[in-house]
Design a protein around this ligand. Structure first.
Ligand code: AMP
Length: 365
């Protein structure tokens, strides 16, 4: 079976590696010059909205999937010869923070207060309704904390508007969360759902820094699993999804979801019986899903901007090199540790983080 993958970044690379282990072939389309997944499968260089390239891909494949959520929905909707998974309704909702929040509301998934902002007077009204602080975000094309501004007091208001105004925005109540988690889950074509253990995430400069799992909080685990189920079933979803949530005491508030495999699930490659990547491929290929059980206590450290030499020869760590050139703020690799106890895992992750911090100079939030 041949699977067409739109996007050939590191997520495509890891999808391609899983596909290989399942004896599935991947063909990629990506606008980049020698993107990471070109090392694992045939990759045609074309824009994501190049309808000829997408039609050609569809003609050579049995099913199409994507590893990037900003693929134009219209370009994918034009493909009618083979199925496209995850369904375009999921892609479309995830591309617009307003539709995404409305979807959470219809599913009774709790979320921060929000207000659509299309004008300066909307912003003033949002602040009146939500109070300060708020987070002002572009509705579309935001990622890794980009396209956002926090308005803490009245003096920030003009600055935030100058930075972001002129494009559709959304204002969100600022959530004083305890910490952030994500739940990753996969749904098969027959409607079976597997949910991965809840992952605790930290960010640095708006980019995912570490992911630690399992969280070992059965109550939050059950709640997150329930929300993931609601989302997947409502969208008649096929593939892997990631739902990012804020933890506030015993409550979870939905931040956003990604209709694709996710950076906070990289640890599942070595840390689970069947990874998020393999399960995504299984789902889109119509195969039964594998089990998401943990093999131990896992932790993942992202490598941003550069790869510290010492991580290439770690005794206790699985190093992944995406083969990308080094550039500030760019995800170039990651390291996963899997340990028999949470304590050993925490020490191993701390050691990798120490190496990374020494190598670069960043502030972990
Ligand atoms: P996002 O692009 O929406 O995932 O936001 C990036 C990061 O900004 C999140 O992981 C949070 O750390 C922070 N953030 C986003 N929205 C809020 C919010 N409403 N309240 C507090 N922090 C937020």
């Amino acid at each position: 079976m041949r699977i067409g993958v739109i996007g050939a970044g590191q997520l495509g690379l890891m999808l391609g590696e899983s596909a290989k282990s399942l004896q599935l072939e991947c063909l990629f389309v990506d606008p980049g010059d020698r993107p990471p997944a070109a090392s694992i499968g045939d990759c045609r260089r074309a824009a994501f909205d190049d309808s000829d390239a997408l039609a050609e891909l569809a003609a050579s494949c049995d099913v199409i999937t994507y590893e990037f959520e900003n693929v134009p929905v219209d370009a994918l909707a034009a493909i009618d010869s083979v199925p496209v998974y995850p369904p375009l309704e999921a892609l479309s909702a995830a591309q617009d923070r307003l539709s995404e929040k409305q979807l959470f509301e219809t599913l009774s998934i709790p979320l921060p207060g929000y207000f659509a902002v299309d004008s300066r007077s909307d912003l003033d009204e949002a602040i009146d309704k939500l109070g300060l602080p708020i987070v002002l975000k572009t509705r579309r094309f935001g990622y890794d904390g980009k396209g956002q501004a926090v308005i803490r007091d009245d003096t920030d208001r003009d600055e935030a508007w100058d930075k972001l105004g002129g494009t559709p925005l959304i204002a969100e109540a600022f959530v004083p969360f305890d910490f952030e988690v994500s739940v990753i889950a996969t749904r098969s074509q027959s409607g079976d759902v597997v949910v991965y253990p809840l992952t605790h995430n930290t960010h640095a400069d708006g980019i995912l820094d570490t992911s630690i799992a399992p969280l070992d909080n059965p109550q939050l685990e059950t709640l997150a699993g329930d929300y993931a189920h609601r989302l997947l079933d409502r969208l008649n979803y096929v593939g892997t999804v990631a739902l990012e949530l804020f933890v506030c005491g015993e409550q979870l508030l939905a931040n956003e979801f990604a209709p694709r495999v996710h950076n906070s699930g990289h640890w599942t490659i070595e840390g689970c019986r069947c990874s998020q990547f393999e399960n995504h491929m299984r789902a889109v290929a119509g195969l039964p899903l594998g089990q998401p059980e943990c093999k131990g206590y896992s932790g993942m450290q992202n490598l941003i901007g550069s790869i510290p030499d010492p991580v290439r020869s770690l005794d206790d760590g699985h190093f992944h090199d995406y083969g990308k050139s080094e550039r500030p703020g760019r995800k170039v690799g990651h390291v996963t540790v899997v340990a028999p106890t949470a304590g050993q895992r925490d020490r191993a992750v701390a050691e990798v983080s120490r190496i990374v911090t020494q190598w670069t100079s960043r502030t972990v939030t």
